[in-house]
Design a protein around this ligand. Structure first.
Ligand SMILES: Cc1cc2nc3c(=O)[nH]c(=O)nc-3n(C[C@H](O)[C@H](O)[C@H](O)COP(=O)(O)OP(=O)(O)OC[C@H]3O[C@@H](n4cnc5c(N)ncnc54)[C@H](O)[C@@H]3O)c2cc1C
Length: 105
């Protein structure tokens, strides 16, 4: 089984961790169009207000963490452009290279 998740903040990373707990063998991939994953949106006012000094404190986890702990591949700066439920595929664009690829189940 291959599981593709779009978005790597609270919902996406929680879904990936839960999917891994339910299935040790599934291939799990997350596409995230932003640079950061699993960040604390709730903490942003504290960063802007100066109570949190470094933005790094709001982004405690990175793709390497999810790879080593959950064997989940996270592709940041990848925007999903289309989903085909018939083909069970997603089309994603690498926002750095401009390359577009289709990922099949
Ligand atoms: C200032 C602020 C304060 C907050 N305070 C609180 C609080 O006190 N308590 C509380 O419970 N909640 C709070 N929240 C809300 C909380 O941060 C959100 O509920 C939470 O971030 C939602 O997470 P999510 O994963 O559902 O969605 P999002 O955080 O919106 O994440 C979705 C991700 O999907 C990515 N994405 C979307 N479309 C695509 C695509 N086509 N391809 C690839 N990636 C895509 C986006 O880049 C985004 O990173 C606050 C939010 C803000 C902004």
């Amino acid at each position: 089984m291959r599981i593709v998740i779009i978005g790597a903040v609270a919902a996406g990373t929680s879904a990936a961790a839960k999917a891994r707990r339910n299935n040790e063998d599934a291939g799990i991939v997350i596409y995230e169009k932003d640079n950061y994953i699993s960040y604390s949106g709730c903490g942003m006012p504290y960063y802007i207000g100066g109570e949190v000094e470094s933005a790094d404190e709001l982004t405690p986890r990175d793709p390497a963490f999810f790879k080593s702990k959950y064997n989940v591949d996270i592709f940041t700066r990848h925007e999903v452009l289309a989903i085909s439920s018939d083909e069970k595929s997603v089309t994603a664009k690498n926002l750095i290279t401009g390359c577009v690829h289709r990922s099949l189940r």
